[in-house]
Ligand binder design. Structure first.
Ligand code: ZN
Length: 474
């Protein structure tokens, strides 16, 4: 337990096992480490939700994090309605070896776990977002003094996950292909960007924090139509967004709204026919590619989603820097970036480096097997339906520059390897060219299905070691 890991100097200790606790390690010394030149202190961060502090006590949680994991940075879940970052263990999964061993699905609501100050939300209908979960508790105010005492950094994690019963959401909700309102927010609605910049300004102004980590794992309509991410379902009839604000944004960029909608209807037909095993005369891939050629608006509309998403990220960073220039703003780069080559093509590390102070790059290898297998099966059910699954996986491994990984049927049970962590860390470091810091996000007990790999402390150790080694070699 207390041995050190080779030449990294990082104590080999069991990391805290928690559903909401994922370490992010900064390979901050991008230059080769030299003996005469002390390396900048690495960020050893962990994502923690308010429930952990409520259940176990602020001091106790800090003690555990410092003693057992050498953590020096807290990514404190401050805003989300999602259960990935907030709440106890996701219902139906085993509890970690600490904290209250009882499901909180009846208690969990989500929202802003700090205190929203109304003056920052004047320009948005999303005014009433205070999380009711812990009464009057302001988690940022509760955690900051203890962190300062221990010379630890605190970043507020804010995540674009909403629920439809929050006041104002219906007014700013996305509209799907069938014209139905959804529970997600339209990124081109002015009230939505006003909400995010208001929240970021509020947190930066009202608290002595070190910065913000922004999460938005939402995908564009093309990936959602194909289920080509770890979202796991194919939702070609439910893609978004076709609201009036999107129509305006499209017009400004010379994209034909009606053709975009027709294109997605065609794509929906293609997907649904594939799922019924109705093979197009020329084959699935040719028919898909033909759709993209004949309806280029499909790609343009997907691109428009990304533009909206990154515009909000840029606005959040500008808002934070306007309060205090030395605050850092990081983006969470979602898992799909590492296993979907089509998604990869839409993200340039070089460009992302100009928009953030650090990138938390998801390299969760244990749950990665399950998620990657889902991706392969989903694209193998539509676009690549003519290709046997094992061959599709092998081909995709080559596209992604993966090394030896498990076969398709074993992938969920095996997980992805530490080598995958190293390769994705190296790719990110090479991409950003030292222009922003890379914090590989390490998988510590992210819940997986019963027959999928359950992460062990040794897995966490191996992944952490791989990430550090990849960074130190830069
Ligand atoms: Zn919209």
């Amino acid at each position: 337990m207390n041995s050190t890991s080779g030449n990294t100097g990082i104590p080999r200790r069991e990391f805290l096992k928690s559903s909401s606790a994922l370490a992010a390690l900064a390979a901050s010394g991008l230059a080769p480490l030299r003996a005469e030149q002390p390396a900048a202190p690495r960020t050893v961060g962990i994502q923690v939700g308010s429930i952990s502090f409520v259940d176990e006590g602020v001091g106790t949680v800090f003690d555990i994090l410092q003693e057992r994991a050498a953590v020096n940075t807290i990514f404190l879940t401050t805003f989300t309605y999602g259960r990935g970052l907030a709440g106890r263990q996701i219902p139906g999964h085993p509890f970690p070896d600490h904290g209250v061993q009882e499901a909180d699905d009846k208690l969990f609501h989500g929202g802003n776990y700090a205190t929203p100050h109304p003056e920052f939300y004047r320009h948005t209908v999303l005014k009433a977002t205070r999380a009711p979960d812990h009464g009057e508790l302001d988690i940022v105010a509760a955690v900051l003094p203890e962190a300062r005492k221990r010379k630890m950094k605190v970043f507020c994690s804010i995540e674009d996950v909403f629920r439809s019963d929050v006041r104002g959401v219906e007014e700013v909700a996305e509209v799907d292909l069938q014209g139905r309102k959804t529970g997600s927010l339209c990124l081109f609605h002015p009230d939505v960007s006003a909400f995010w910049t208001g929240l970021a300004t509020d947190l930066s102004t009202s608290y002595d924090i070190d910065g913000i980590l922004f999460f938005n794992e939402r995908n564009g309509p093309l990936l959602n139509a194909l289920g080509a991410s770890h979202a796991q379902n194919i939702a070609s009839s439910r893609v978004t967004c076709f609201c009036e604000h999107h129509q305006r944004a499209a017009r400004e960029r010379g994209i034909d709204f009606n053709r975009a909608r027709q294109g997605y209807q065609k794509l929906d037909h293609f997907v649904q026919a594939a799922l019924r095993n109705q093979r197009p005369t020329d084959g699935y891939f040719v028919e898909f590619w033909r759709l993209l050629v004949e309806w280029p608006e499909i790609v343009a509309w997907d691109r428009l989603f990304d533009i909206g998403k990154h515009e909000v990220l840029k606005e959040v960073r500008a808002a934070v820097k306007a309060v205090r220039k030395n605050l850092d703003v990081g983006f969470h780069l979602e898992h799909v970036n590492s296993f979907n080559p089509i998604f990869r093509a839409t993200r340039r590390y070089e460009e992302l480096a100009t928009q953030s102070d650090f990138l938390k790059v998801v390299v969760y290898n244990n749950c990665g097997g399950e998620r990657y297998a889902n991706f392969i099966r989903n694209v193998g059910a539509t676009v690549f339906r003519d290709v046997p699954g094992e061959e599709l996986l092998g081909f995709n491994n080559h596209l992604l520059n993966y090394g030896e990984e498990a076969k398709l049927n074993d992938l969920a049970a095996s997980g992805l390897s530490p080598d995958y962590v190293a390769r994705e860390t190296q790719r990110a470091l090479a991409g950003v060219q030292g222009k922003c810091r890379i914090l590989p996000g390490i998988d510590i007990g992210i819940p997986t299905a019963k027959n999928s790999r359950q992460a062990s402390p040794d897995d966490t150790y191996a992944a952490t070691f791989a990430a550090l080694k990849a960074g130190a070699q830069e």
